[in-house]
Design a protein around this ligand. Sequence first.
Ligand SMILES: [Zn+2]
Ligand SMILES: [Zn+2]
Length: 247
Amino acid sequence: MEQMRKAPVIAETHCHTIACGHAYSTLYENAQAAAAKGIEFLCLTDHAPAMEDGPHHWFFKNIVNVVPDRLAGVNILKGAEVNILDYEGKLDLPDEYLKKLDWVIASYHIVCIEPGSKEDCTKGWLAIAENPLVDVIGHCGDSRYPFDHQKVVQAFAKHGKIVEINAHSFSCRPGTLENCREIAQWCKHYNVPVVCSSDAHFFTQIGEVDQALNMLREIDYPEELILNLDRERFLSIAREKTGKSFD
Ligand SMILES: [Zn+2]
Ligand SMILES: [Zn+2]
């Protein structure tokens, strides 16, 4: 692995592999890149099957049996980025799979759900908030899915959700910076924890979250609520989510 600069985070909470056709690294390459950057936890979150080039659902059933908990010296959380399919909160993996996964991100993707009204998207996030099998709210700053930020973040607080600030979205999803700033302000108000992720589709992007962190620092978002900045903090959430000790 080539020389890589140290990442600003201790955990990469969102990455993709060649299991989906539009990403270009293996999970081992991602783990090696994480190790080279001083990252200790890597969440594998490939797109669930409703994404056109996502892997078959067996991929998510089998990952928990096949992939080791530690790879290239990095702790591995086996997860998925599930697609929200309607504004009632329907997801594209069965509950029995989600129960076994370590880290479940739920996201709206343009190829899986037509953008709805503010009322629709609010309703969708409120349903996701109530789903105990979802751990993380994926890139919700996308302006194509507008929602009532205060009401929804309040529900995330009530149901213990983690909000992702996705650095990749700043360059590819319209309106992300302004929306994320406002969402993060409400997270600060209601003490909702966040993670900064890269959403890497190639190993060189692992741990590259500067834009997300910079925005949080600009609004004085509390460091202690950024779960992947500190080893002990992330270890405790990883233990809670997986029931594994990771020591
Ligand atoms: Zn996504
Ligand atoms: Zn993603």
